[in-house]
Design a protein around this ligand. Structure first.
Ligand code: B12
Length: 214
Protein backbone atom coordinates (compact mmCIF):
# COMPACT_ATOMS: atom_id res chain seq x y z
CA UNK A 1 0.00 0.00 0.00
CA UNK A 2 1.28 3.46 -1.00
CA UNK A 3 2.61 5.22 2.13
CA UNK A 4 0.94 8.51 1.20
CA UNK A 5 -2.49 6.86 0.78
CA UNK A 6 -1.89 5.05 4.07
CA UNK A 7 -1.37 8.45 5.78
CA UNK A 8 -4.68 9.66 4.29
CA UNK A 9 -6.44 6.60 5.76
CA UNK A 10 -4.72 7.19 9.08
CA UNK A 11 -5.75 10.88 9.26
CA UNK A 12 -9.43 9.84 9.08
CA UNK A 13 -8.92 6.97 11.53
CA UNK A 14 -7.41 9.46 13.98
CA UNK A 15 -10.11 12.06 13.29
CA UNK A 16 -7.36 14.58 12.55
CA UNK A 17 -9.16 17.24 10.48
CA UNK A 18 -6.13 19.45 9.92
CA UNK A 19 -3.94 16.58 8.81
CA UNK A 20 -6.67 15.27 6.47
CA UNK A 21 -7.05 18.69 4.85
CA UNK A 22 -3.29 19.12 4.54
CA UNK A 23 -2.85 15.66 2.97
CA UNK A 24 -5.66 16.41 0.50
CA UNK A 25 -3.79 19.57 -0.56
CA UNK A 26 -0.52 17.66 -0.87
CA UNK A 27 -2.27 14.99 -2.97
CA UNK A 28 -3.23 17.64 -5.52
CA UNK A 29 0.29 19.08 -5.51
CA UNK A 30 1.75 15.60 -6.01
CA UNK A 31 -0.75 15.10 -8.86
CA UNK A 32 -2.44 12.05 -7.41
CA UNK A 33 -5.76 11.19 -9.06
CA UNK A 34 -8.34 12.79 -6.73
CA UNK A 35 -10.61 9.75 -7.06
CA UNK A 36 -7.80 7.37 -6.13
CA UNK A 37 -6.94 9.43 -3.05
CA UNK A 38 -10.59 9.53 -2.00
CA UNK A 39 -11.34 5.84 -2.57
CA UNK A 40 -8.02 4.23 -1.56
CA UNK A 41 -7.09 6.78 1.10
CA UNK A 42 -9.83 8.68 2.90
CA UNK A 43 -12.83 6.37 2.24
CA UNK A 44 -10.81 3.39 3.49
CA UNK A 45 -10.33 5.31 6.74
CA UNK A 46 -14.02 6.04 7.27
CA UNK A 47 -14.96 2.41 6.47
CA UNK A 48 -12.37 1.13 8.96
CA UNK A 49 -13.72 3.47 11.65
CA UNK A 50 -17.20 2.09 10.92
CA UNK A 51 -15.95 -1.45 11.47
CA UNK A 52 -14.18 -0.50 14.71
CA UNK A 53 -17.35 1.20 15.88
CA UNK A 54 -19.38 -1.91 15.12
CA UNK A 55 -16.88 -3.96 17.15
CA UNK A 56 -17.25 -1.49 20.00
CA UNK A 57 -13.57 -0.46 19.82
CA UNK A 58 -14.36 3.21 19.08
CA UNK A 59 -17.30 5.34 20.21
CA UNK A 60 -19.66 7.85 18.58
CA UNK A 61 -17.51 10.97 19.22
CA UNK A 62 -14.60 9.30 17.39
CA UNK A 63 -16.92 8.35 14.53
CA UNK A 64 -18.08 11.97 14.28
CA UNK A 65 -14.45 13.23 14.32
CA UNK A 66 -13.52 10.76 11.58
CA UNK A 67 -16.48 11.94 9.48
CA UNK A 68 -15.43 15.58 9.97
CA UNK A 69 -11.86 14.79 8.88
CA UNK A 70 -13.24 12.98 5.82
CA UNK A 71 -15.41 15.99 4.94
CA UNK A 72 -12.48 18.44 5.26
CA UNK A 73 -10.45 16.34 2.81
CA UNK A 74 -13.43 16.07 0.45
CA UNK A 75 -13.88 19.85 0.45
CA UNK A 76 -10.34 20.20 -0.93
CA UNK A 77 -10.60 17.34 -3.44
CA UNK A 78 -14.13 17.99 -4.74
CA UNK A 79 -13.26 20.91 -7.04
CA UNK A 80 -10.49 18.81 -8.60
CA UNK A 81 -13.01 16.10 -9.40
CA UNK A 82 -15.55 18.46 -10.93
CA UNK A 83 -12.82 20.14 -13.02
CA UNK A 84 -12.70 16.97 -15.06
CA UNK A 85 -16.28 17.69 -16.11
CA UNK A 86 -17.29 17.14 -19.71
CA UNK A 87 -18.98 20.00 -21.51
CA UNK A 88 -21.98 18.16 -22.94
CA UNK A 89 -24.60 17.42 -20.30
CA UNK A 90 -25.50 13.77 -19.96
CA UNK A 91 -28.79 14.38 -18.21
CA UNK A 92 -30.10 15.86 -14.98
CA UNK A 93 -30.44 14.09 -11.64
CA UNK A 94 -31.92 15.14 -8.34
CA UNK A 95 -30.00 13.52 -5.48
CA UNK A 96 -30.38 13.38 -1.72
CA UNK A 97 -30.28 11.24 1.40
CA UNK A 98 -33.69 10.05 2.50
CA UNK A 99 -35.66 11.42 5.45
CA UNK A 100 -34.41 10.45 8.91
CA UNK A 101 -30.90 9.84 7.63
CA UNK A 102 -28.08 12.37 7.98
CA UNK A 103 -25.30 10.33 6.32
CA UNK A 104 -24.21 12.51 3.42
CA UNK A 105 -20.58 11.65 2.63
CA UNK A 106 -21.37 8.87 0.11
CA UNK A 107 -24.24 10.83 -1.43
CA UNK A 108 -22.00 13.87 -1.93
CA UNK A 109 -19.29 11.73 -3.48
CA UNK A 110 -21.83 10.25 -5.91
CA UNK A 111 -23.09 13.77 -6.75
CA UNK A 112 -19.54 14.97 -7.36
CA UNK A 113 -18.69 12.02 -9.60
CA UNK A 114 -21.88 12.49 -11.60
CA UNK A 115 -21.02 16.15 -12.12
CA UNK A 116 -17.46 15.22 -13.02
CA UNK A 117 -18.85 12.95 -15.70
CA UNK A 118 -21.06 15.51 -17.34
CA UNK A 119 -24.37 15.13 -15.46
CA UNK A 120 -26.25 18.10 -14.09
CA UNK A 121 -26.98 17.46 -10.41
CA UNK A 122 -29.41 19.11 -8.02
CA UNK A 123 -28.28 18.09 -4.54
CA UNK A 124 -31.07 18.31 -1.95
CA UNK A 125 -28.77 17.42 0.95
CA UNK A 126 -29.67 14.94 3.67
CA UNK A 127 -32.86 14.10 5.60
CA UNK A 128 -35.05 14.73 2.55
CA UNK A 129 -38.76 13.73 2.70
CA UNK A 130 -39.94 11.38 -0.09
CA UNK A 131 -42.37 13.93 -1.50
CA UNK A 132 -39.67 16.56 -1.84
CA UNK A 133 -37.59 14.39 -4.16
CA UNK A 134 -40.58 14.25 -6.49
CA UNK A 135 -41.49 17.96 -6.12
CA UNK A 136 -37.93 19.02 -6.95
CA UNK A 137 -37.52 16.57 -9.83
CA UNK A 138 -40.69 17.93 -11.40
CA UNK A 139 -39.76 21.56 -10.72
CA UNK A 140 -36.33 21.31 -12.35
CA UNK A 141 -37.32 18.93 -15.13
CA UNK A 142 -34.86 16.24 -14.06
CA UNK A 143 -34.44 12.90 -15.81
CA UNK A 144 -33.87 10.89 -12.67
CA UNK A 145 -33.92 10.72 -8.89
CA UNK A 146 -30.98 9.27 -6.94
CA UNK A 147 -31.70 8.33 -3.33
CA UNK A 148 -29.13 7.45 -0.71
CA UNK A 149 -29.93 5.52 2.49
CA UNK A 150 -27.34 4.34 5.01
CA UNK A 151 -29.64 2.97 7.69
CA UNK A 152 -31.79 -0.14 7.59
CA UNK A 153 -34.41 1.96 9.37
CA UNK A 154 -34.51 4.65 6.65
CA UNK A 155 -34.15 2.60 3.46
CA UNK A 156 -37.93 2.07 3.32
CA UNK A 157 -38.10 5.80 2.48
CA UNK A 158 -36.68 4.92 -0.94
CA UNK A 159 -39.77 2.82 -1.55
CA UNK A 160 -41.93 5.81 -0.56
CA UNK A 161 -40.34 7.89 -3.33
CA UNK A 162 -41.30 5.23 -5.89
CA UNK A 163 -44.83 5.09 -4.43
CA UNK A 164 -45.09 8.88 -4.56
CA UNK A 165 -44.11 8.83 -8.25
CA UNK A 166 -46.72 6.17 -8.93
CA UNK A 167 -49.35 8.16 -7.04
CA UNK A 168 -48.66 11.20 -9.21
CA UNK A 169 -48.56 9.05 -12.40
CA UNK A 170 -44.95 10.13 -12.99
CA UNK A 171 -43.27 6.74 -12.76
CA UNK A 172 -41.96 6.25 -16.29
CA UNK A 173 -40.81 9.87 -16.57
CA UNK A 174 -38.19 9.76 -13.83
CA UNK A 175 -35.68 6.94 -13.47
CA UNK A 176 -34.99 5.99 -9.85
CA UNK A 177 -31.46 5.07 -8.68
CA UNK A 178 -30.81 3.79 -5.17
CA UNK A 179 -27.65 3.26 -3.13
CA UNK A 180 -26.07 3.23 0.30
CA UNK A 181 -24.62 0.48 2.49
CA UNK A 182 -27.80 -1.52 3.27
CA UNK A 183 -29.12 -1.43 -0.33
CA UNK A 184 -28.64 -4.01 -3.08
CA UNK A 185 -29.83 -4.86 -6.57
CA UNK A 186 -32.47 -7.16 -5.02
CA UNK A 187 -33.72 -4.28 -2.88
CA UNK A 188 -33.93 -2.02 -5.92
CA UNK A 189 -36.01 -4.64 -7.73
CA UNK A 190 -38.19 -5.23 -4.70
CA UNK A 191 -39.19 -1.56 -4.43
CA UNK A 192 -39.53 -0.98 -8.17
CA UNK A 193 -36.45 1.27 -8.55
CA UNK A 194 -34.61 1.21 -11.89
CA UNK A 195 -31.20 0.35 -10.53
CA UNK A 196 -28.69 0.07 -7.69
CA UNK A 197 -24.99 0.89 -7.59
CA UNK A 198 -22.51 0.09 -4.83
CA UNK A 199 -20.05 2.96 -5.27
CA UNK A 200 -19.67 6.31 -6.97
CA UNK A 201 -18.00 4.93 -10.10
CA UNK A 202 -20.72 2.31 -10.54
CA UNK A 203 -23.31 5.05 -9.91
CA UNK A 204 -21.99 6.98 -12.92
CA UNK A 205 -22.14 3.84 -15.10
CA UNK A 206 -25.70 3.20 -13.91
CA UNK A 207 -26.80 6.79 -14.59
CA UNK A 208 -25.22 6.56 -18.06
CA UNK A 209 -27.09 3.34 -18.76
CA UNK A 210 -30.43 4.68 -17.52
CA UNK A 211 -30.43 8.29 -18.66
CA UNK A 212 -27.13 9.17 -20.32
CA UNK A 213 -27.32 10.46 -23.85
CA UNK A 214 -24.04 8.87 -24.96
C1 B12 B 1 -19.51 8.26 8.95
C2 B12 B 1 -20.68 7.56 9.60
C3 B12 B 1 -21.54 8.32 10.39
C4 B12 B 1 -21.41 9.85 10.54
C5 B12 B 1 -22.10 10.49 9.32
C6 B12 B 1 -21.50 11.84 8.92
C7 B12 B 1 -22.06 12.33 7.62
N1 B12 B 1 -22.22 13.63 7.58
O1 B12 B 1 -22.33 11.58 6.68
C8 B12 B 1 -22.17 10.09 11.88
C9 B12 B 1 -21.16 9.95 13.01
C10 B12 B 1 -22.88 11.44 12.03
C11 B12 B 1 -23.09 8.87 11.89
C12 B12 B 1 -24.26 8.84 12.62
C13 B12 B 1 -25.03 7.68 12.76
N2 B12 B 1 -24.76 6.45 12.31
CO1 B12 B 1 -23.38 6.13 10.99
N3 B12 B 1 -21.93 5.55 9.99
C14 B12 B 1 -20.91 6.15 9.40
C15 B12 B 1 -20.00 5.13 8.65
C16 B12 B 1 -18.82 4.80 9.56
C17 B12 B 1 -19.44 5.54 7.31
C18 B12 B 1 -20.45 6.03 6.28
C19 B12 B 1 -19.67 6.71 5.18
O2 B12 B 1 -19.60 7.93 5.10
N4 B12 B 1 -19.00 5.88 4.32
C20 B12 B 1 -18.13 6.37 3.23
C21 B12 B 1 -18.96 6.62 1.98
C22 B12 B 1 -18.06 7.13 0.86
O3 B12 B 1 -19.51 5.37 1.60
P1 B12 B 1 -21.09 5.13 1.49
O4 B12 B 1 -21.82 6.04 2.37
O5 B12 B 1 -21.36 3.67 1.58
O6 B12 B 1 -21.40 5.60 -0.03
C23 B12 B 1 -20.94 4.91 -1.18
C24 B12 B 1 -21.92 3.81 -1.67
O7 B12 B 1 -22.77 3.31 -0.68
C25 B12 B 1 -22.64 4.47 -2.82
N5 B12 B 1 -23.83 5.28 -2.56
C26 B12 B 1 -24.18 5.99 -1.47
N6 B12 B 1 -25.33 6.64 -1.67
C27 B12 B 1 -25.73 6.36 -2.92
C28 B12 B 1 -26.86 6.76 -3.62
C29 B12 B 1 -27.05 6.29 -4.92
C30 B12 B 1 -28.25 6.72 -5.68
C31 B12 B 1 -26.11 5.38 -5.51
C32 B12 B 1 -26.34 4.86 -6.87
C33 B12 B 1 -24.98 4.99 -4.79
C34 B12 B 1 -24.79 5.47 -3.50
O8 B12 B 1 -21.63 5.31 -3.37
C35 B12 B 1 -20.93 5.94 -2.28
C36 B12 B 1 -19.55 6.37 -2.74
O9 B12 B 1 -18.75 5.31 -3.18
C37 B12 B 1 -20.99 3.91 8.49
C38 B12 B 1 -20.33 2.54 8.33
C39 B12 B 1 -20.38 2.01 6.91
N7 B12 B 1 -19.67 0.96 6.70
O10 B12 B 1 -21.09 2.51 6.04
C40 B12 B 1 -21.87 4.07 9.73
C41 B12 B 1 -23.31 3.52 9.77
C42 B12 B 1 -24.01 3.77 8.44
N8 B12 B 1 -23.95 4.30 10.82
C43 B12 B 1 -24.74 3.59 11.54
C44 B12 B 1 -25.51 4.12 12.61
C45 B12 B 1 -26.33 3.12 13.41
C46 B12 B 1 -25.54 5.50 12.90
C47 B12 B 1 -26.37 6.20 14.00
C48 B12 B 1 -27.81 5.71 14.15
C49 B12 B 1 -25.58 6.12 15.32
C50 B12 B 1 -26.27 6.66 16.54
N9 B12 B 1 -26.53 5.75 17.45
O11 B12 B 1 -26.55 7.83 16.65
C51 B12 B 1 -26.31 7.68 13.52
C52 B12 B 1 -27.47 7.98 12.54
C53 B12 B 1 -27.94 9.35 12.54
C54 B12 B 1 -29.00 9.53 11.45
N10 B12 B 1 -30.23 9.80 11.82
O12 B12 B 1 -28.70 9.43 10.27
C55 B12 B 1 -24.76 2.14 11.10
C56 B12 B 1 -26.05 1.74 10.39
C57 B12 B 1 -26.52 0.36 10.80
C58 B12 B 1 -27.81 -0.01 10.19
N11 B12 B 1 -27.95 -1.27 10.01
O13 B12 B 1 -28.67 0.75 9.90
C59 B12 B 1 -23.49 2.01 10.27
C60 B12 B 1 -23.56 0.97 9.12
C61 B12 B 1 -22.31 1.63 11.24
C62 B12 B 1 -22.41 0.22 11.74
N12 B12 B 1 -21.67 -0.70 11.16
O14 B12 B 1 -23.15 -0.08 12.65
N13 B12 B 1 -22.62 7.88 11.15
Amino acid sequence: MDYFLERCTQSVLEGDEEQAEELARQALELEYSPLEVIEKGFVRGIREVGELWEEGTVFLPELVMAAEAMKRAMAVLRPALTNQSETLTQGHLVIGTIEGDIHDIGKTLVATMLEANGFRVTDLGADVPAGRFVDEAEACGADGIAISALLTTTMSGQRRVVEELEKRALRPRFKVLVGGAPCSQEWAEQIGADGYAGDAVAAVALARRLIGIR
